[in-house]
Ligand binder design. Structure first.
Ligand code: FAD
Length: 467
């Protein structure tokens, strides 16, 4: 569906040709994200300022045309995939670092800046911004805010919500508003900052973010711990998190993940290594060795096979490369992977792992598990062949059981990837009807004509009632 002639004319008055695309061959690059869902939009607008954002939102509001805000399109849930006949608002050209303020441990940025550019700018002053998705070189801060994205460091520092002080944004009518404050304490009014974070562009378009910085660690040590089973590794995770030293990061890989990178990255590991933990510990020179010893003590159980200390920066980087090789490796072993990012309380990881093995056997679907174990956030990958209808049915059933199990264990269906389009139908399994009704009412306040990412995140009233 394309724009009418008069819509095209009025939009062309707002945006010059180089920043307005309406031909399908121009729009196709903005039609998908990493979910591989696709819909070619009727138009794409490249904003360069908050005024541009206000103008396009107000135009969509008066024309009742759906608007999908897009960072860099690396999201995995279809949250940046446009609507039929909709407009994409791309923020890739709003990529400025407005201010680094070391005395207040703050960085103020435009939403299209990449996560890596923020890390680089902060590092020049001895700081970092904790959210560190593996996609940091490519993804935008706006996308990080939209999805509450995180990475390995969330175990110690929290996710985007814990590391953002305030925002500027444009609501679904085109009105500009500010949230939060510039200080690390503040309690005036409702917390709209946390509400916008993770809203996947459904409540407003973030035009500026004030982010909270942390000092770069004095020293960091990295350990690779091998276990004889994923069960003993999961027990070690719970034991590490039960003692006082919080690791800087704590990642887990199961045996199948290890085998995959054994082949993919030529990793030499003993044959009896059936699970792996990567643990980083930070601290000052006076304390770090004690902190590492405390982690080692906690992790030692009957299944521990080996502890390797990365001695050099290159050895640490090599261990991270191993971890980061997993996602691409998975793509090479199966035609399709369903990549879930469930979260359970850390102490429930051993039980979750046991049950995942039963589900795998029962449905004859290969499941590879790895992820941010320190937060209980595991990427559970179902490897399938989409051309095998029996396997697709089994995968659906396995997924249903995995979600049921996660909720039974007091967990949540997504830790960092978000809901987007792909998980929207499952939201009402986790959120109770009253909370959902309140969320719908909030959405209506921010976006009265329901134009902002309307197919994303929250199920519609009709979908909830039909359950
Ligand atoms: C190889 C790879 C590795 C990844 N690793 C991780 C990981 O470790 N951890 C993790 O959490 N995710 C990871 N992801 C997922 C993805 O990179 C993150 O979700 C990222 O934050 C998305 O950023 P983006 O700029 O690409 O956003 P997009 O995909 O463009 O958009 C994502 C959502 O944010 C909304 N949005 C974008 N900008 C704004 C704004 N200014 N205001 C309001 N809403 C906005 C969009 O509307 C959409 O709903 C990975 C993806 C890939 C491809």
């Amino acid at each position: 569906m394309s724009l009418t002639t008069s819509q095209h004319k009025s939009l062309s008055k707002l945006f010059p040709a180089g920043r307005l695309f309406t031909k399908p061959e121009q729009c196709i690059a903005y039609s998908y994200d990493n979910s591989r869902l696709q819909q070619i939009p009727a138009a794409v607008v490249l904003a360069r300022s908050e005024a541009d954002i206000t103008a396009i939102v107000a135009w969509c509001y008066s024309n009742e045309i759906p608007l999908t805000c897009r960072g860099r399109g690396t999201g995995t849930t279809g949250a940046a995939v446009p609507e039929v006949g909709g407009v994409v608002l791309s923020l890739e050209q709003m990529d400025q670092i407005i201010r680094v303020d070391p005395a207040n441990r703050v960085i103020v940025v435009e939403p299209g800046v990449t996560n890596q550019a923020v890390q680089d700018a902060a590092a020049e002053h001895g700081f970092f911004w904790p959210p560190d998705p593996t996609s940091s070189a490519f993804c935008s801060v706006g996308g990080n805010l939209g999805c509450n994205s995180a990475g390995p460091r969330a175990v110690k520092f929290g996710s985007v919500r814990e590391n953002t002080l305030g925002l500027r944004a444009v609501d679904g009518t085109g009105a500009i508003f500010s949230t939060g404050c510039y200080t690390t304490k503040g309690v005036v009014g409702y917390d709209l900052t946390r509400l916008l974070i993770g809203a996947e562009g459904t409540l407003g378009i973030i035009t500026e973010a004030t982010l909270k910085l942390q000092p770069l660690p004095d020293q960091k040590q990295m350990l690779r711990l091998l276990f004889d089973s994923v069960h003993t590794a999961a027990e070690a995770v719970a034991a590490i998190m039960a003692q006082p030293v919080i690791p800087y990061s704590l990642e887990l890989m199961d045996g199948k993940a290890i085998n995959m990178i054994r082949d993919y990255a030529n990793l030499e590991l003993p044959d009896n290594a059936k699970a792996l933990l990567l643990v980083e510990v930070d601290g000052g020179s006076a304390t770090i060795n004690d902190a590492v010893s405390a982690i080692e003590r906690a992790a030692t159980n009957s299944g521990l096979v080996e502890i390797f200390h990365a001695q050099t920066d290159e050895q640490q980087a090599q261990l991270w490369r191993t971890r980061k090789a997993l996602s691409p490796a998975l793509r090479t072993v199966a035609p399709k992977k369903i990549n879930e990012d469930i979260v359970v309380p850390v102490a429930s990881i051993p039980h979750l792992i046991e049950q995942l093995e039963l589900i795998e056997t029962h449905h004859a679907i290969q499941i590879v598990t790895f992820g941010h174990a320190g937060n209980g956030n595991l990427h559970v990958n179902l490897l399938i062949d989409p051309n095998n209808p029996d396997q697709m049915v089994s995968a659906e059933k396995a997924l249903d059981e995995i979600f049921r199990l996660t909720l039974k264990l007091n967990g949540t269906l997504s830790g960092e990837h978000g809901v987007g389009r792909v998980k929207r139908e499952h939201v009402a399994r986790e959120i109770d009807p009253v909370a959902l009704r309140l969320m719908q009412a909030i959405k209506a306040q921010f976006d009265p004509k329901h134009i902002l990412n309307p197919s994303t995140t929250l199920p519609l009233h009709s979908e909830i009632q039909s359950r």
